[in-house]
Design a protein around this ligand. Structure first.
Ligand SMILES: *[C@@H]1O[C@H](CO)[C@@H](O)[C@H](O)[C@H]1NC(C)=O
Ligand SMILES: *[C@@H]1O[C@H](CO)[C@@H](O)[C@H](O)[C@H]1NC(C)=O
Length: 347
């Protein structure tokens, strides 16, 4: 409700009731007709195709310089005019992620409430796309069409698949198997015969931690003969050391709290992470004393902007969060072209 002192704003009525009813009803009928005629016979792939055409049509305006965005995004955003980018920057620079910025972990013993009060996207991708469609498993990706410009070095890591391939298949449908190489990691027998033709490579091992031995022991003692590699061991085994990872997707049921330091500082251009609750506030069950804010601050310290935060309604403590890496220069306050106060958030 909007109130300003004692003044209340009443809705402006320009259309009186009867014509308004017909206006709305005819709009609804038109929608019904177009939906029936054009969309009903087609499945999700058709709408995917339309989405890819829409983004293909976009070309940078030759009149405006787009160098700033390109230089701050390692060439990823090559069509955003300098002036637009400067506004996007001021929003990100001014944004406060925490309700209590000096004590960000206040309330973390109730994770659902903490996530309600803290963290929101500070960056917008104009062609953000839920790769894989509806349901639990697909992910929001920032402007995936831009990955099509990469020739043959596009690399995707996907930790924790539980045998579901909507995200990986959706990405290949969108970008093409000749462009992106996708590596999937999990413990189960989740390989499929069609993976080879789709440039999807399944690896039957889980992600351990290089610094949380208690976590590794817990994982190993879960009864099965599990192979566990740290992130660095994974890169070494695949001969990927120092390769840029274009999309890093991770949903590993709480492992993120025990191994994020192994991967938050690598050259991963987007990190799509499902967070599960928050680390325990009881020192007996959280001997490393990891705090929620340690985790989220690590993204900002490694130059990530948050472009998506989506609640997983199966569990009100779980969120899908999308991060995009930008150059360090993006985050530097500069006196001449920024005015971060215009969009500041106060609590
Ligand atoms: C756009 O930004 C780039 C990089 O900072 C700069 O070199 C260029 O002069 C800018 N162009 C305009 C028109 O502001
Ligand atoms: C990876 O990069 C580091 C730093 O540039 C370098 O020292 C190292 O030799 C590289 N490793 C490989 C396997 O390329």
């Amino acid at each position: 409700m909007v109130r300003n002192g004692n003044v209340r704003f009443a809705p402006v009525r320009t259309i009186n009731k009867l014509p308004r009813f017909f206006f709305c009803a005819s709009g609804f009928l038109a929608l019904l007709v177009t939906t029936e005629i054009w969309f009903a016979p087609f499945d999700f792939n058709f709408s995917l195709l339309r989405a890819t055409y829409a983004v293909q049509l976009e070309t940078p305006s030759p009149l405006q310089s787009t160098d700033l965005a390109a230089s701050h995004s390692f060439g990823f955003f090559d069509d955003i005019p300098n002036e637009t980018w400067k506004l996007m920057r001021s929003k990100a620079l001014a944004f406060q992620h925490y309700m209590y910025r000096n004590s960000p972990d206040i309330g973390s013993e109730r994770p659902w409430f903490w996530y309600l009060n803290n963290l929101q996207p500070d960056f917008t991708c104009s062609h953000v796309f839920r790769v894989g469609g509806h349901g639990d498993g697909p992910k929001w990706v920032c402007d995936p069409h831009r990955l099509r410009k990469k020739e043959d070095d596009c690399l995707v890591y996907s930790f924790g698949s539980n045998g579901q391939y909507q995200f990986e298949d959706g990405l290949i449908d969108l970008i093409g198997h000749e462009r992106c190489e996708i590596h999937v990691f999990d413990f189960g027998n989740f390989d499929r015969s069609q993976n080879a033709g789709r440039n999807i490579h399944y690896h039957k091992w889980g992600l351990g931690s290089s610094y949380d031995e208690a976590y590794n022991i817990k994982l190993k003692s879960s009864g099965r003969h599990l192979e566990i590699l740290t992130f660095q061991e994974t890169q070494q085994r695949l001969n990927h050391v120092n390769r840029t990872i274009d999309l890093f997707k991770i949903d590993c049921e709480w492992c993120e709290w025990s191994n994020y330091k192994d991967w938050v500082d690598v050259d991963a251009r987007q990190i799509l992470v499902e967070v599960h609750g928050l680390p325990s506030t009881n020192p007996a069950t959280n001997p490393l004393n990891t705090k929620g804010s340690d985790f989220f601050n690590a993204f900002r310290e490694n130059s990530y902007a948050m472009f998506s935060k989506e609640l997983n309604p199966y569990n009100s403590e779980c969120y899908e969060i999308g991060y995009i890496k930008l150059a360090k220069e993006f985050w530097k306050s500069s006196t001449e072209d920024e005015s971060p106060t215009i969009l500041s958030t106060r609590f």
